[in-house]
Design a protein around this ligand. Structure first.
Ligand SMILES: Nc1nc2c(ncn2[C@@H]2O[C@H](COP(=O)(O)OP(=O)(O)OP(=O)(O)O)[C@@H](O)[C@H]2O)c(=O)[nH]1
Ligand SMILES: [Mg+2]
Length: 358
């Protein structure tokens, strides 16, 4: 597959030429600005080298039968889909719209199956919007009060420390610097503690550092009384065993935990992250990196499945400006407006391909 180079004054012109020469399925491999305008590298799917040197393996009867069964299954799958479409076009359209917005097939199927019969497209979407609004939970706009203890947990680089600083800034603005204490448990990465020390100094609030291996109960007893304690812990990958240790230590201190969940995660990863960090034991969820996420649906899908209440929205790096209250209606609108980008989008004639794929 040798990529071809297209230079044009405008992107639209280059794309039109690519489509005309390489077909609708052309793959754009990259683009950049050049003195003449824009340059695109593209190739056609038909350019893919599919021949190999090896002769096809001899197949046994059993294998041939299996292949035959798969083929028949696919045909029937395609038939079932077209029958469903003829019988229930509005529901099929609704399921398709939800899939293209990035909701999981499971949720798209369930919503389509439960939607009232005979709705127009616009009515069906209004119905979905209402169902999502009704099922997504949110905490209030209020911060935890002084005297409370809150830890932000989550995967590496999710935005825990940044969100903690944003929350601390809001708490200081509300109750004054004397009412807030920031704790860093991050003791094994260069610069992790320094990041929080800097924020605490800027805000003028108390700062404490705890070693991950230390007795946190004693450290907790030594904290200034009546302050809102905000605890920054290290991030871990969802399969890391240290999450359990972290969880047990925080639970023993009756620390409330909010999960910082990047909205940029794939749905399956987001599910695994919620599961690893305590699932139903989590008090809330901060959806971070919403400004980077091209789809909102995978995160909403995960919140719904886990019945995890939304605590805050994070839409950027600025402290404290980019933290927002949990506005569910805004999120739902956004999720329903967005669409999976090509080349990840399913087409109708891709449907039968999915039958019998295990
Ligand atoms: N675009 C965007 N960037 C964010 C957001 N929140 C945090 N970041 C950035 O993401 C990067 C990681 O943020 P941190 O707050 O250090 O993440 P963390 O979860 O504490 O990371 P670890 O402690 O290493 O696990 C930084 O560059 C932040 O500025 C957000 O909502 N949007
Ligand atoms: Mg951090």
């Amino acid at each position: 597959m040798t990529p071809r180079r297209y230079v044009a004054a405008h992107a639209a012109e280059a794309l039109a030429r690519i489509r005309a020469e390489l077909g609708e399925d052309a793959v754009v491999l990259g683009s950049r600005a050049v003195p003449e305008g824009v340059e695109f590298l593209a190739s056609a799917y038909t350019d893919l080298a599919v021949e190999t040197q090896e002769p096809p393996p001899a197949r046994g009867l059993l294998e041939e039968l299996r292949e035959l069964r798969r083929l028949v299954g696919r045909q029937l799958g395609g038939l079932a889909f077209s029958q469903w479409k003829r019988r229930d076009p509005a529901r099929v359209l609704l399921a398709g719209t939800l899939l293209q917005a990035g909701f999981s097939p499971q949720l798209a199927r369930a919503l389509a199956a439960h939607s009232p019969r005979g709705l127009e497209e616009g009515e069906a979407l209004r119905w979905v919007r209402q169902v999502l609004l009704k099922n997504l939970a949110a905490l209030g706009d209020d911060l935890p009060r002084p005297g409370g203890r809150l830890a932000l947990v989550g995967p590496t680089g999710a935005g825990k420390t940044t969100t903690l600083a944003k929350l601390a800034a809001q708490a200081v603005a509300r109750w004054g610097p004397g009412a807030v204490c920031m704790v860093s448990v991050d003791d094994y990465r260069v610069g992790a503690r320094a990041q929080l020390v800097e924020y605490a100094q800027l805000l003028g609030c108390e700062f404490r550092a705890w070693d991950s291996g230390a007795d946190w109960r004693a450290a907790c007893a030594a904290l200034p009384q009546g302050t809102l304690v905000l605890i920054d812990v290290p991030g871990h990958a969802q399969h890391d065993e240290r999450i359990r240790l972290q969880h047990d230590k925080l639970a023993a201190l009756q620390v409330m935990r909010w999960l910082v969940l990047p909205a940029t995660l794939q749905g399956a990863v987001a599910d695994a992250v919620v599961h690893a960090f305590g699932g139903p034991e989590l008090a809330g969820c901060v959806l971070s990196k919403l400004d980077e996420a091209m789809l909102t649906a995978p995160a909403l899908d995960t919140l719904l499945r886990w019945r995890l209440p939304l605590a805050r929205l994070s839409l950027g790096q600025r402290v404290p400006e980019d933290l927002f209250p949990p506005r569910i209606s805004w999120l739902v609108e956004r999720a329903l407006r967005q669409r999976v980008a090509e080349p990840h989008r399913l087409r109708e004639d891709d449907m039968f391909l999915l039958e019998n794929v295990s």
